[in-house]
Design a protein around this ligand. Structure first.
Ligand SMILES: [Zn+2]
Ligand SMILES: [Zn+2]
Length: 234
């Protein structure tokens, strides 16, 4: 017997139950904000237009996200293409945009209209003010102010679901070139730290396998600032 753990999510996508989907994404994302809601909406547009309902196990449908902000969590939960199942590609260009594509390259790109975030907060200057003070400038607010920020931000998040798609997004058919299936590499044991590591990430030192962390060579790190290169300790 095999189960499809995303069955309910797929059903809600087909029904267009955005509210249910946003509540679900909240479990992953930890809060409700406008961009996570926009990630849900963009994904539903792409999934429906491509008629792709992913289970996240076959890697035949991939999502490309162009930002590592809240939007991407909406995309991961809704499309089922995630960091861990190798169906997510991160293109570090800092745009609120996602592409859903089949392995053949046929895809749909959904991008947030330039100027939309400004028009979104123009409707709600309090949200903009609270965001500027407590998130952008990292000022310390009173517990009441922080709660207010959460409430206003949550309201704005659910509000996104009611705004017509065409006011928020540009949608285009695209053809993308995608990598082949993620290879499965054997594990080796690092002669330095004794930990197992993926063969493709190792180095040889005096004929012995050494992990990248121990090798002193550089590797990629993804964090809040985006992708950058870091060096292991020698
Ligand atoms: Zn968020
Ligand atoms: Zn090591």
């Amino acid at each position: 017997m095999s189960t499809n753990p995303r069955k309910e999510i797929q059903q809600k996508i087909e029904e267009g139950d955005l509210r249910w989907l946003l509540l679900k994404v909240g479990e992953l994302h930890g809060h409700f904000c406008p961009f996570v809601a926009l990630g849900v909406k963009a994904s539903v547009i792409a999934l429906k237009r491509l008629n792709a309902f992913t289970e996240g196990i076959d890697e035949d449908t991939l999502a490309i996200v162009e930002t590592n902000n809240c939007f991407s969590d909406g995309v991961q939960m809704t499309t089922g293409c995630t960091f861990g199942n190798n169906a997510l590609i991160f293109k570090d260009v800092g745009k609120t945009a996602m592409t859903l594509a089949f392995r053949s390259g046929k895809g749909i790109r959904v991008s947030l209209k330039a100027g939309y975030p400004e028009s979104m907060t123009k409707e709600n200057p309090e949200a903009q003010d609270l965001f500027d003070r407590f998130i952008r400038r990292r000022q310390k607010g009173t517990p009441e102010e922080m709660q207010r920020l959460k409430d206003v931000w949550e309201e704005l998040s659910f509000r996104q679901l009611e705004i017509p798609d065409e006011e928020q997004f540009d949608v285009q058919d695209v053809t993308v070139s995608l990598p082949g299936h993620a290879p499965i590499h054997p594990s080796l044991i690092c002669a330095e730290c004794g930990e197992a590591f993926m063969e493709s990430r190792g180095r040889l030192r005096d004929g012995k396998p050494i992990c990248l962390s121990c090798s002193g060579d550089s590797y990629f790190v993804l964090e809040g600032r985006g992708m950058h290169i870091e060096r292991g300790t020698v």
